[in-house]
Design a protein around this ligand. Structure first.
Ligand SMILES: [Zn+2]
Length: 231
């Protein structure tokens, strides 16, 4: 074919493709503009950076991509508003990392932190689910959305102080079933205090899960207190 991408190029005229982080117009075959990619690269962190100042976690390991700020935070907001572009981009990057960190063929399935049914109905999507399903597809392993559920509450987690989050995390429930011997990849968007993922890990572990690995797009790293440097 002479112009294999002609249709895409023509579609690009009335409906320009936009960067998933800053909404700038970009060529039809890109997901994220060059500036945002460079900015994301500068925000790259490792799971160990988050885990360094935390106590022991109930999961067996984890992976994260970016520090939760600036352009990465914009991507997460776009994802929460239903934009699949950043979710797909992050899923591809996470899948690449997971492939190097653990053998994907040894993972039984991918699951994710759920959203309450009513909230899902009004939103029309669940961003951690979009992410989890995209990772499962990239790794060619099964995805399961039938294990965990969230009870509806009017509280918003990101507005709660850290100490209230573990109590709030009790709203997650296990739907039932035997997970004996299962090796599970558990997905969420942002790792903050870890209370949500701890609760979900405990529920899966109580049901018999043998190994649980977490994957999140971002993690909030505690900024060093400027006052400390004066000591
Ligand atoms: Zn951009």
């Amino acid at each position: 074919m002479l112009y294999p991408n002609l249709k895409m190029r023509l579609l690009d005229l009335p409906y320009p493709n936009r960067c998933d982080c800053c909404y700038a117009k970009i060529p039809y075959d890109q997901q994220i503009c060059k500036e945002c990619l460079d900015a994301l690269l500068a925000l790259r962190i490792r799971y160990a950076d988050w885990a360094a100042d935390q106590s022991a976690q109930p999961w067996d390991g984890g992976t994260v991509l970016f520090s939760y700020k600036d352009v990465a935070r914009n991507g997460i907001i776009a994802m929460k508003e239903g934009d699949r572009g950043f979710a797909n981009f992050a899923a591809e990057q996470l899948a690449l990392l997971i492939r190097t960190e653990c053998a994907p063929e040894s993972i039984s399935f991918v699951t994710w932190v759920p959203v309450a049914r009513r909230r899902r109905r009004t939103q029309g999507y669940a961003h951690a689910e979009n992410l989890g399903r995209a990772i499962a597809k990239a790794l060619d392993i099964p995805a399961r959305g039938d294990l965990l559920t969230e009870q509806q509450t009017s509280l918003r987690q990101h507005e709660l102080p850290a100490e209230a989050r573990s109590v709030y995390a009790q709203r997650f429930r296990f739907c039932g079933g035997n997970l004996e011997g299962k090796r599970i990849l558990l997905v969420d968007d942002v790792l903050t205090t870890g209370s949500t993922l701890r609760r979900c890990t405990d529920l899966l572990r109580d049901a018999g899960a043998e190994w649980i690995y977490i994957a999140t797009v971002c993690a909030r790293i505690r900024e060093p207190n400027p006052a400390d440097s004066n000591i």
